[in-house]
Design a protein around this ligand. Structure first.
Ligand SMILES: NC(=O)C1=CN([C@@H]2O[C@H](COP(=O)(O)OP(=O)(O)OC[C@H]3O[C@@H](n4cnc5c(N)ncnc54)[C@H](O)[C@@H]3O)[C@@H](O)[C@H]2O)C=CC1
Ligand SMILES: O=C(CO)COP(=O)(O)O
Length: 316
């Protein structure tokens, strides 16, 4: 079973480095030439691709693989998939993006299923910084796929001695956990950046987790999935580490500092998508709504914190 990873950014390259140490695979990148020449991504410097990784700029070649991983930012996925006419029936299509598409309000697996109804959609998500995976540090992730046989095959194909995959059939729960934790990481960064302290961060993590679970269950997820690696696990990692771009973006908001717009921060558009979903579903998502408002600059971090503290008192 051949593997191709589409996307030569930090995460696609990290997966290629880790999995490429155990089996051959193809890495497709939009800007393939420098990656072919230097065997190192500018988004993940200091880590060379193993010899077993074939880098290509030929998308048709990569799409010939049996298992195809999509590792580009969430808001690019739909536009990336749309012009592809290659038949991918029966193939396992694994989304590695964490987010909700702003136009359709769908997660990445649903986007893939919409473009290729005869393929088998899956998602790889959970707590892992690209650099940690690439350096072979111990990491555990969730592989979600509704088809049990495919889930087991993917689990075997993508696990390595340092990268341990757990599987679940709950695709909705896994992808919503990965998407929503980025929004909470921005909120935590903003709280810390504004000098609100570690107790405030603990409150955001805990109430944020309640918010994540509320929306995910409403949309059909199992609550237990949110307590796993793809939900709680990734929430803890991203809300407590300055390695996280979402957390660092929040820190900059809280400190009223500029943040490099070229850095991928998935939580901004996810917060906007969730604010829309909160309106259409009637699910109460106050932290996500505040992250959307502070990210757009319309509300200050101090105002957002006051809003959250002044909401009516209620049972936990
Ligand atoms: N970096 C990390 O530690 C992790 C990232 N992820 C997720 O992986 C996804 C990708 O993130 P990163 O690789 O970190 O981002 P990145 O910013 O490092 O790289 C994004 C890559 O996607 C490419 N790209 C952008 N638009 C494209 C398009 N339309 N067609 C083809 N390629 C396109 C860019 O050229 C770039 O190489 C995100 O959803 C992120 O949340 C998941 C786990 C860990
Ligand atoms: O998803 C991640 C860790 O699991 C990476 O987080 P950032 O996108 O915030 O860097």
């Amino acid at each position: 079973m051949s593997i191709a990873i589409l996307g030569g950014g930090a995460f696609g390259t990290a997966l290629a480095v880790a999995v490429g140490k155990t089996r051959p695979l193809t890495l497709w990148a939009r800007e393939a030439a420098p990656l072919i020449k230097h065997r190192e991504s500018p988004r993940l410097q200091g880590v060379r691709l193993p010899d077993a990784v074939t880098v290509t700029g030929d998308l048709e070649q990569a799409l010939g693989a049996d298992t195809i991983l999509f590792s580009m930012p969430m808001q690019s996925l739909d536009a990336f998939a749309a012009p592809i006419s290659a038949p991918l029936a029966g193939k396992a299509l694994v989304a590695c993006c964490k987010g909700i598409d702003l136009r359709s309000l769908r997660g990445p697996a649903a986007i893939l299923a919409q473009h290729w109804p005869d393929a088998i959609p899956a998602i790889l998500t959970g707590p892992s910084f690209a650099a940690d995976i690439a350096h072979g540090l111990p990491t555990a992730l969730t592989l979600a796929c509704a088809d049990e046989t495919t889930a087991q095959t993917l689990q075997d194909q993508l696990s390595t001695p340092s990268l341990r995959l757990y599987r679940t059939a709950d695709v909705t729960g896994a992808e919503l956990g990965g998407a929503l934790k980025n929004v909470m990481a921005i909120a935590c960064g903003a709280a810390i950046g504004a000098g609100m302290g570690d107790s405030a961060r603990a409150a955001v993590i805990t109430r944020g987790f309640a918010e994540m679970t509320r929306l995910a269950v409403h949309l059909g997820a199992r609550a237990e999935t949110l307590t796993g690696l793809s939900g709680f696990g990734d929430l803890v990692l991203t809300c407590t580490s300055e390695q996280s771009r979402n957390y660092r973006f929040g820190l900059a908001l809280g400190r009223m500092e500029r943040f490099d717009p070229d850095i991928t921060v998935e939580g901004v558009k996810t917060a906007e998508a969730v604010t829309k979903l909160a309106t259409t579903t009637g699910v109460d998502m106050p932290i996500c709504q505040m992250v959307h408002e502070i990210s757009g600059g319309g509300t200050s971090v101090a105002e957002a914190i006051q809003y959250l503290l002044n909401r009516p008192l209620k049972e936990e």
